[in-house]
Design a binder for this molecule. Structure first.
Ligand SMILES: CC(C)(COP(=O)(O)OP(=O)(O)OC[C@H]1O[C@@H](n2cnc3c(N)ncnc32)[C@H](O)[C@@H]1OP(=O)(O)O)[C@@H](O)C(=O)NCCC(=O)NCCS
Length: 204
């Protein structure tokens, strides 16, 4: 079996308004040593270069800090009420394996970046853990300051810490160079992404 010893059942902890989606302690002591060439100046999730930048797990209270508005810079979000948001937050936390990680500007108390790590338990490769990167976005007024790299590398190193044997992502062609600088590769003969979109089913 792999080294997936860090997967705690955080759902068993207390429930409150400022709950994190996952245990914030998992973001401590990530192994930034091998990402040195990707960042100039060097920053980490625990030392992000500015005192007003905080990198942390998504919180229930982030509905009021512009989290969904950030996602709408990535794709269509639709109308989501606070109760819809909270229900989905608890769905994710109950299911486990969802590591939505955000950057907050503590001066404005607004979420300015986000990325999602999703882990999947496998039987193959001796009960391995496989990871996927999803929903990477930085607020357009904060782009070009390494925050995109910071948030992607943070969840990538978290995936490694959780014992993942690989991590993959889907992206548009123009972002291939961005992800290449962070260590992601197009593997020859193994870099196709296929899609089947389902019609929305009318529940009535
Ligand atoms: C992609 C994104 C997260 C990058 O955030 P960022 O904070 O600007 O990124 P950084 O400052 O850390 O890195 C910028 C680097 O990426 C490159 N880059 C960023 N966005 C790019 C884009 N759309 N096309 C091409 N290159 C891009 C920059 O040229 C820069 O390269 P350099 O370091 O060689 O100068 C941000 O542009 C964004 O939120 N885009 C909209 C949502 C999106 O497309 N998300 C990705 C889904 S796969």
């Amino acid at each position: 079996m792999g080294t997936n010893v860090c997967h705690t059942n955080y759902f068993q902890h207390t429930i409150g308004d400022d709950e994190h989606l996952y245990d914030p302690n998992l973001l401590k002591n990530l192994n930034w040593s091998r990402t040195k060439s990707s960042l100039n100046p060097e920053i980490t999730n625990e030392n992000p270069g500015e005192s007003w930048i905080v990198v942390r797990p998504l919180r229930l209270s982030d509905f009021d800090k512009g989290f969904l508005q950030i996602l709408s810079q990535l794709t269509a979000v639709g109308n989501i009420s606070k109760s819809d948001f909270e229900q989905q937050f608890w769905n994710m936390r109950k299911a486990g394996g969802y590591y939505i990680t955000v950057i907050e500007d503590t001066r404005s108390k607004q979420i300015i970046g986000s990325s999602t790590l999703i882990t999947e338990f496998k039987f193959i490769h001796e009960c391995a853990v496989r990871s996927r990167l999803e929903d990477v976005v930085v607020n357009n007024t904060y782009r070009g300051k390494q925050l995109g790299k910071l948030i992607v590398l943070t969840v990538t190193l978290l995936a490694e810490k959780l014992g993942s044997y690989k991590m993959s992502l889907d992206c548009k062609d123009n972002l291939i160079p961005f992800y290449k600088t962070l260590g992601y590769k197009l593997e020859p003969g193994n870099s196709n992404s296929m899609m089947l979109r389902f019609e929305k089913i009318d529940p009535s």
